[in-house]
Design a protein around this ligand. Structure first.
Ligand code: C2O
Ligand code: CU
Ligand code: CU
Length: 525
């Protein structure tokens, strides 16, 4: 049997505990809850752990057109809480994974090897994977299509075109039915794409251009990560990690820094504020540079969204501490410990005063921000729904897509068509960050009003708040084929708020065009 012929339920049954978990979903939850949380005395005091950035991925080789990388997903016991061992899944055994730096016009190939164990150590499922480069217009067979799985002992070479404008992307697991657990275990990393437009700007660069991958976790008494998604409603941890470090402290110079903030949490939304009350300058969103920077005192950040901000520490004296705080959002369970994220301690005068500006015009080139409703040739309605304990989009689940042999689609935009999509959440009890693969979109409105200032750039995830309808406009360019659209609250996505659309016709099949191969068959890159 190939994964193509298996339904998600069939695949779950392939793992010993998968079948039991399906029959008795409640049992698994009780099991998680019966393990007690680690004593708060074992958590570090905020701002005592030093900040660090993930290492840059090491190039295997490069030729005239392409840079080649290789990463092995590994289970590893590492120290996250001081003095305590925690088992993670990491790309190359680290979480977040190595940062890939790419340049527009140069292709990247990543060989992703699934070196994970045959079973998850506590949940018992088989950790098959599918790697998605979120923010990339990749071909369907390299897009991390959920059912295009790589089992432990297999590998897959992913091809990334890097044809889009500069942006902060991220790669993360998307394996069908277990995306949430795999991502929670640490399968996520940054991928930074630059281009000549961005390089010509005097924005902070080099060591002043810093990724902040934010994720919340909960730890059990034995130091292991606890997975409790409250009947698939969400997982809200009490420990905030930035680049894998709990509430870290970063020493900064008196100058501007660019922070590429990624919310890599499964279910937690954030609302950032600087403890000094000073504004933050938003310069880029999911799809890259905004046309013009936006000054904001708060940023609302849903899962998988990226906001690049510039903070100017020249305003502060040496010795001053600036805390990145979280005011919280509705329907994210907050704890006292989740009210703060990290601290910046101003410790020195700048050692480099160049690239220390945010110009008033950032990106004058055409983008999703230049699309107008008059260009649209179709208007589709998507509704994110919960009924009978099941999440869906328009009543369709990924299982329905699997059962249709991957033919069922929510819509079939023509190649290069501009469309308006209205996404509606009628519930007051949930928010859903909805992600559309392949495209960059512009948020035209939220409940008829203008989007928030930080959202006025190209996006690929939109925060669909309680009782909201957001209106999006996008162009289905670059590719034909089938791509997913789903909620990025990953327990929702896995159970089963995910469907797909097809651009044009005759595109490559995401499951069969480039299937994973056994590692024993691999030839060197
Ligand atoms: Cu970041 Cu389909 O996901
Ligand atoms: Cu994506
Ligand atoms: Cu959701």
């Amino acid at each position: 049997m190939t994964p193509h012929s298996l339904s998600r339920r069939d695949m779950l049954k392939m793992s010993a505990l998968g079948a039991a978990a399906l029959a008795l979903p409640f049992e698994r939850i009780v099991r998680a809850k019966s393990i007690s949380r680690i004593a708060s005395s074992k958590l570090p005091r905020p701002f005592t752990v030093p900040f660090a950035v993930p290492p840059v991925a090491e190039l295997v080789k490069s030729d005239a057109t392409t840079d080649f990388y290789q990463m092995t997903m590994r289970q590893k016991k590492i120290e996250i809480l001081p003095g305590i061992g925690t088992t993670i899944f990491g790309y190359d055994g680290i979480a977040p994974g190595p940062t890939i730096r790419a340049t527009q016009g140069r292709q990247v190939v990543v060989r992703h090897i699934n070196g994970l164990p045959a079973k998850h150590p506590s949940l018992g499922y088989t950790p098959w994977t599918s790697v998605h480069l979120h923010g990339s217009a990749s071909l369907p067979q390299y897009d991390g299509y959920a059912s295009d799985i790589t089992n432990p002992g297999q590998y897959k070479d992913y091809v990334y075109p890097n044809i889009q404008p500069a942006r902060s992307l991220w790669y993360h697991d998307h394996g069908v039915g277990h995306t949430a657990e795999n991502a929670y275990m640490g399968l996520a990393g940054s991928y930074v794409l630059t281009d000549p437009v961005e390089k010509a700007l005097p924005l902070p660069t080099g060591r002043y251009d810093v990724p902040l991958v934010i994720a919340d976790k909960m730890f059990a008494e034995n130091g292991e990560l606890m997975y409790d998604d409250a009947s698939h409603s969400g997982l809200w941890g009490d420990v905030i990690l930035v680049n894998g470090r709990p509430w870290p402290r970063m020493a900064v110079e008196r100058r501007k820094y660019r922070f590429r903030i990624l919310n890599a949490s499964l279910s937690r939304g954030y609302r950032y504020r600087l403890s000094t009350g000073e504004p933050m300058t938003v310069i880029a969103t999911d799809g890259g540079l905004m046309s013009a920077p936006q000054q904001v005192s708060e940023i609302r950040h849903g899962m998988a969204e990226r906001y690049d901000i510039v903070v100017d520490f020249a305003k502060y004296e040496i010795g001053q501490r600036v805390v990145l705080q979280n005011l919280g959002v509705k329907n994210s369970t907050d704890y006292d410990t989740t009210k703060q994220i990290m601290a910046f301690d101003v410790t020195a005068e700048p050692t480099d005063g160049t690239n220390n500006d945010v110009p008033g015009v950032l990106d004058p080139t055409p983008s999703a921000m230049d699309l107008t409703p008059a260009m649209a040739t179709a208007n589709r309605k998507l509704e994110v729904i919960r009924s009978n304990g099941q999440w869906s989009v328009n009543g369709v689940t990924w299982e329905d897509v699997v059962k249709s042999d991957y033919t069922k689609v929510i819509g079939n935009p023509k190649a290069d068509a501009v469309e308006i999509w209205d996404v509606t959440n009628r519930s007051g009890g949930w928010f859903h960050p909805v992600h559309i693969h392949l495209v960059d979109f512009q948020i035209l409105s939220r409940n008829g009003a203008a989007p928030r200032p930080e959202e006025r750039g190209p996006k690929d995830v939109v925060y669909v708040g309680e009782n909201e309808t957001v209106k999006l406009i996008m162009k289905f360019e670059h590719r034909t084929g089938r791509y997913m659209v789903h909620c990025h609250n990953l327990p929702h996505e896995d159970h089963d708020m995910m469907t797909q659309f097809e651009v044009g016709s005759g595109g490559p099949d995401p499951v069969t065009a480039a299937p994973a191969k056994p590692l024993s068959a691999a030839t060197p890159l």
